[in-house]
Write a protein that binds this ligand. Structure first.
Ligand SMILES: Cc1cc2nc3c(=O)[nH]c(=O)nc-3n(C[C@H](O)[C@H](O)[C@H](O)COP(=O)(O)OP(=O)(O)OC[C@H]3O[C@@H](n4cnc5c(N)ncnc54)[C@H](O)[C@@H]3O)c2cc1C
Ligand code: SF4
Length: 482
């Protein structure tokens, strides 16, 4: 729990950021390490609150006061053991988690919460630097074979857990590289890809087999895969983007955000120029969320002449409202690191029309809206025309690609079009399970890891015919198996 009076002695320092101008000139990660001395103070701000509501805020149930206490007392190895007992990939969450735990921290009731996310990154990077993170293959094998389809955080977390339980796991991935959205969605300035490769190397050394460029449902059928394995986990994400339902959508210059981000990720990986670039262009991004913000940071780095991010809904309030009390996630106005770097933002703007010339987008027509009794209403006389060369659609995702799953396995879906799981993580097809965005809709890395761990527990119980030894929230079995 750190130091009971630490929060009065030391102010919160969240992850340090590299200078704005410097980071816009490269694609390296924008955060910088806190360092051991500052980490000790930040961990010391965790103050023995009695009921650590941060646990509830974290979908993984990370034992936050424990690892803070270890860091404060300079027991970094114990801090790493505590953190990795509940979280397979702190190097991802320590960089990318929106940290609902911090919103639920007792200090956040009327002050600045403990810098929990930054502490995770410090701990795991120290563990790697010290050489503590080594492959730990299980001490025995059960002889059971599991297929995991999809190598995003849900699939990888499940594979890691199932392998620890002694099952032989093969991860099948449609893409040429592993990692799911970590690899080809999230920009390098948020997550450099060697961080994924470092973890994949460990997972492979622990005995997990990886097969890339396998499109399950296409080149390999779902039935065939399920027939060749004792259990199958669907972890295919939820990549179907929401479309802009307007005439002229087909104009060149109108691009889905994921196509744009994917092109940039591949360009950085290959050292080649991107297939799609914002260089010298007037860019409008439709969607005020994280994907839109990633597009903004990418466009600024590529040298766009102007970038405007447009959100349909009105701007949220600066402070919590009465119906959004602590420890709930605060629905308040925020700015991401990319939004701090440049560009402009507009709220409550509804796109009405796309204007083109010679097959190319030239302008967007929009109107201001306001919320009246929960309904969006156009403000009379507020029409506007924005000149634009590149329009990026970042309006969210509508669910997983389930065509081949439904055809080949007769898999049941929930009313939102996600894979239906009932009881938790089990589909209607015996031996076939689901985890991550494919089951809950587009969400977060921390939820994908949590789902992967929970699904692994359900699969393990199914395979061995008794309650699983794999824990999900709270302490896990020691590495090395049952
Ligand atoms: C641009 C962007 C930025 C984001 N930033 C953040 C962030 O900062 N923090 C955060 O917490 N979350 C973020 N998210 C959300 C987060 O990335 C996802 O919630 C998470 O990756 C979901 O994990 P998953 O394993 O369920 O699916 P995914 O990561 O989508 O992985 C699914 C994998 O399955 C593969 N696959 C699909 N179909 C098949 C098939 N038929 N056969 C074989 N393989 C298949 C795909 O190629 C993919 O590799 C972001 C999302 C986007 C789009
Ligand atoms: S994984 Fe996310 S929610 Fe959980 S402790 Fe880390 S930063 Fe907080």
């Amino acid at each position: 729990m750190g130091k009971p009076t630490g929060f009065m002695e030391w102010p919160r320092t969240p992850a340090l950021k590299r200078d704005k101008h410097e980071r816009l000139g490269d694609s390296r990660e924008f955060t910088a390490p806190l360092g051991p001395e500052e980490s000790l103070k930040q961990a010391g701000r965790c103050m023995d609150c009695g009921v650590p509501t941060c646990h509830q805020g974290c979908p993984l149930g990370n034992v936050i006061p424990d690892f803070n206490d270890h860091v404060f007392h300079d027991r970094w190895r114990a801090a790493w053991a505590s953190l990795s007992s509940t979280n397979n990939f702190p190097e991802f969450t320590g960089r990318l988690c929106p940290a609902p735990c911090e919103a639920a921290c007792v200090l956040a009731i009327d002050g600045d919460p403990v810098a929990i996310e930054a502490m995770e990154k410090e701990i795991i990077e120290r563990a790697f630097a010290e050489g503590w993170v080594q492959p730990r293959p299980p001490s025995f094998r059960t002889g059971k074979k599991v297929a995991v389809v999809g190598s995003g955080p849900a699939g990888l977390a499940a594979a890691a857990q199932l392998n620890q339980a002694g099952h032989q796991v093969t991860v099948f991935e449609r893409d040429d590289q592993l990692g799911g959205l970590l690899r080809y969605g999230i920009p390098d300035f948020n997550l450099e890809k060697h961080v994924i490769d470092r973890r994949l190397k460990l997972l492979a050394a622990e005995g997990i087999a990886f097969r890339t460029r396998v499109d399950v449902g296409g080149s390999v059928g779902w039935k065939q895969l399920a027939g060749e394995h004792d259990a199958t986990l669907i972890a295919i994400g939820a990549r179907r983007p929401r479309e802009l339902q307007l005439p002229n959508r087909e104009l060149s210059g109108v691009v889905q955000a994921m196509d744009y981000l994917d092109a940039q990720n591949r360009a950085i990986a290959s050292g080649q120029p991107p297939a799609l670039t914002a260089a010298g262009k007037r860019v409008v991004i439709l969607g005020g969320g994280d994907t839109g913000s990633d597009c903004l940071g990418t466009a600024l780095r590529q040298g766009a002449s102007e970038v405007l991010q447009v959100e349909l809904m009105p701007a949220p309030p600066d402070h919590r409202t009465r119906d959004n009390p602590w420890p709930q996630w605060p629905v308040i106005f925020r700015s991401s690191s990319s939004q701090d770097e440049g560009g402009t933002r507009r709220f409550a703007l509804l796109t009405k029309e796309l204007e083109g010339a010679d097959g190319k987008l030239v302008a967007l027509h929009a109107v201001q809206v306001e919320l009246v009794q929960g309904q969006l209403r156009e403000v009379p006389g507020s029409q506007t025309r924005l000149e634009v060369d590149l329009l990026l659609l970042a309006m969210g995702f509508v669910g997983p690609d389930t065509g081949s799953l439904c055809e080949q396995l007769q898999l049941a879906l929930d009313p939102r079009g996600n894979v239906k799981v009932d009881p938790p993580f089990a589909t209607n097809v015996p031996g076939v399970f689901c985890a991550g965005d494919a089951m809950r809709g587009a969400s977060l890395i921390v939820w994908a890891i949590s789902d992967g761990r929970e699904a692994a527990r359900a699969i393990d119980a199914f395979l061995v015919g008794q309650p699983s030894v794999l824990q999900t929230r709270g302490r896990d079995v020691p590495f090395g198996g049952r």
